[in-house]
Design a protein around this ligand. Sequence first.
Ligand code: NAD
Ligand code: DAU
Length: 351
Amino acid sequence: MDKIILITGGAGFIGSHVVRHFVKKYPDYRVINFDKLTYAGYLGNLSDIESAPNYTFIKGDICDAEHVERLLSAEAITHILHLAAESHVDRSILDPIGFVRTNVLGTATLLNAAKDVWKGQMEGKLFYHVSTDEVFGSLGTHGSFSETTAYDPHSPYSASKASSDHFVRAYHDTYGLPILISNCSNNYGTHQFPEKLIPLIIRNIRDKKPLPVYGKGENVRDWLWVNDHVRAIDILLHEGKAGFTYCIGGNNEWKNIDLVRLLCSIMDGELNQPEGAAASLITFVTDRPGHDMRYAIDATKIMAETDWKPTQDFRMALTDTVRWYLANPQWIEAVTSGEYQHYYERQYAGR
Ligand code: NAD
Ligand code: DAU
């Protein structure tokens, strides 16, 4: 096998797209998906490739040092693509310590195992850490985040991701671990857990439930199609310079309220209902505490050093995304039937 890649969090939203991409594109690589299967991990996301000869799933927790170390050495892992995390800001406000455990302790545990197992043989190895633009904090009306922007996280989620980024750099500077970090903007696409804005709004329009928009809906996010993120990860894993950071974004800024209105208009068309029917469900609710106003990424570096660029027309890709959720109600029911119902009531009751 050319490369033996451990993908953590491969049963989640971005992770499952990454796993599928590497399994299909690189039959000579071995892909091992290591996932705890929390509420956000669903193996049904990967049913189309689960019996591929170059794919293996292992259930496990990145905080379990003994398991992680045994796996790295028994499978002779050459590359770690680290996506496992608690990823939802609102949940981090309800349960910050769970985010410290997984995102900080879990990442440090993985780093430590890689340092020990790869000791004296770092050549040809890479610890690729998938991070977020939220570590940079919040922008005003102008400017964008780049690789040199100072860290300024505000939520427990972004603080835990910032901390994990610092640990990754510390293991590079202190132990010579070959690392790479990418900080990406908001992803959208199929298989995203319906706690996140876009699938939540699609589901609620379908079910004719209120569409909760935090505050005045003025906050801005930079949306990137998930498969463009996956392509960037592929390119950086092969061509990125070890020890460095890359910012990835869609150059596609939307105010939340404008995005929700666009989704309403697409959904009215898809559901054959009068224009304005979905928008009548928009409900402004109490703002998220510490809500970052604006994110935007300057992706000049990755675009200058590689041939990566975002490919999708937003309206078309968003329409395809809407169609996938409408065509897969059984997927929505499967992932939301358990713990999520309690979370939804706790998060939105009385807002
Ligand atoms: P997700 O919540 O959909 O999936 C997370 C996955 O990690 C799940 O499969 C879950 O079971 C697994 N996991 C959680 N804790 C674990 C543990 N202790 N051990 C092993 N597995 C565990 O997340 P996502 O949205 O796909 O994000 C993936 C990564 O990308 C995260 O690191 C996130 O910070 C980063 N990121 C996400 C976005 C975005 O817009 N979603 C943007 C930039 C960066
Ligand atoms: O920027 C990258 C980050 O994007 C990732 O690191 C995170 O893992 C990912 O969850 C996402 O974080 P956000 O907080 O930006 O995404 P979310 O979908 O939760 O919210 C998007 C915006 O919509 C945000 O400004 C909050 C707002 N919102 C969200 C929800 C769930 C609402 O107005 N109503 C809602 O019900």
